[in-house]
Design a protein around this ligand. Structure first.
Ligand code: HEC
Ligand code: HEC
Length: 345
């Protein structure tokens, strides 16, 4: 009888081992995220990709959901998408937030460059320091644990995976189809006014290209472009502690610039006309002004009325409507029911 019981016990232990093994192998099988290749668009530099965060369909979709979900905010009030609005190239007139466009080519983030590295670094900063995301809420959520498991193979969600998923979504936000891009690819000519503006932009006459140059329309570094004779104390100097960096801010990309008013780090200009008038006659000298603002002695580049209009016409060619209409970038919680199915929701 004892032996019989022992045999039964062995069999049962064996069975539970087996089912345990089965469970492991099943869960391992479910961690097979589908790789996504992000082609480098013609004429663009290499992307700043973190080697330990390969792009996958599951990761991008999870990042997109997190971007539009208020669960990210421990105060439960704001999603990323509320301050970074697709129609405004992921900026917001109300919050003067920095737009999200082609950030995968950035190496420094925020107006004063507080965070550097890759998208992973800025996203983990947002989650840990800015939003203080309540990870328990994610771990206890009905659906997120399964989605994190599928994207990253983890049983416990930490800020690393939240940041990595957001970074994967952010790196898909590339704009490469503005009229200017099509002009560069010889697919569409510029009008006479746009062409005249382009010449001002890319020559010493306007000198814009020195800082807003390359196909990214930013040099990704910090300058004092002469906004104030006594620069504010919130610039690059706050990060480096160097007096020499006073009044320096990150050069913003001019991609989709028509969609992202107000302008400058403090949103002081409401229109592009005001920005151009500033560069033409209101540039102010201060000890850290950039040497490239050499026309400061005349107050600026002093364009006439027609030249200002042409320059603005050229800035309009940076607008990429296919970017803001891309359904893959939109709020998945408001998407059509067929698409909802697609994201697992
Ligand atoms: C309350 C409004 C608000 C919310 C919500 C918000 N942001 Fe921002 N975001 C801003 C502002 C304002 C800036 C510019 C701040 C600065 O540079 O000091 C910014 C800057 C950024 C930048 C830097 C862009 C660059 O060019 O350097 C990134 C990236 C970013 N936010 C991502 C996110 C993500 C991801 C979320 C959600 C987790 C989020 N933001 C939520 C307002 C917001
Ligand atoms: C010395 C480098 C430099 C030059 C030259 C320069 N800019 Fe800028 N630009 C900047 C910086 C830095 C900022 C952000 C300044 C700030 O907010 O404090 C900026 C901001 C802007 C903005 C507002 C962007 C936003 O998202 O708020 C526009 C538009 C702009 N520049 C257009 C131009 C044009 C057009 C020219 C040529 C006439 C030009 N810039 C020349 C460095 C430069």
């Amino acid at each position: 009888m004892k032996i019989f019981l022992l045999i039964i016990a062995f069999v049962m232990v064996g069975m539970s081992f087996e089912s345990c093994n089965k469970r492991i192998s099943r869960s391992e099988m479910s961690f097979r995220p589908a790789p996504v290749t992000l082609p480098i668009p013609r004429g663009f530099p290499y992307m700043n990709l973190a080697a330990d965060n390969p792009t996958t369909r599951e990761g991008v979709q999870l990042g997109r959901m997190l971007f539009y979900d208020q669960i990210i905010d421990s105060g439960y009030k704001r999603s990323c998408g509320q301050c970074h609005i697709l129609n405004e190239s992921f900026s917001s007139a109300k919050e003067n937030s920095l737009p999200h466009v082609n950030l995968v080519w950035n190496y420094t983030f925020l107006w004063n460059g507080k965070v550097d590295g890759s998208l992973e670094n800025i996203m983990i900063f947002e989650v840990d320091s800015f939003f203080r995301t309540d990870l328990n809420r994610l771990n206890e959520h009905k659906k997120y644990p399964k989605l994190f498991k599928k994207a990253f193979g983890v049983d416990k969600i930490t800020s690393k995976e939240v940041g990595y998923a957001l970074a994967q979504f952010e790196r898909t936000l590339t704009s490469t189809n503005s009229k200017y891009d099509r002009f560069l690819r010889s697919e569409e000519p510029l009008t006479e006014a746009e062409e005249a503006g382009r010449k001002i932009f890319f020559t010493e006459k306007g000198d814009c290209f020195h800082c807003h140059g390359t196909i990214l329309l930013t040099d990704n570094t910090f300058h004092n472009n002469g906004l104030d004779s006594i620069p504010t104390l919130k610039g690059r100097d706050v990060i480096t502690g160097k007096k020499n960096d006073r009044g320096k801010y990150k050069t913003p990309t001019l991609r989709n610039i028509t969609l992202t008013p107000p302008y400058m780090h403090d949103g002081r200009f409401k229109t592009l006309e005001q920005v151009i008038d500033f560069y033409c006659d209101q540039v102010k000298w201060s000890p850290t002004i950039d040497p490239l603002m050499k026309q400061v002695k005349h107050g600026g580049i002093r364009l006439n009325k027609e030249e200002r209009e042409n320059l603005i016409a050229f800035l309009y060619t940076f607008t990429d409507t296919s970017y803001i209409n891309n359904p893959a970038f939109s709020d998945p919680f408001q998407a059509r029911s067929s698409e909802k199915k697609h994201t697992g929701y």
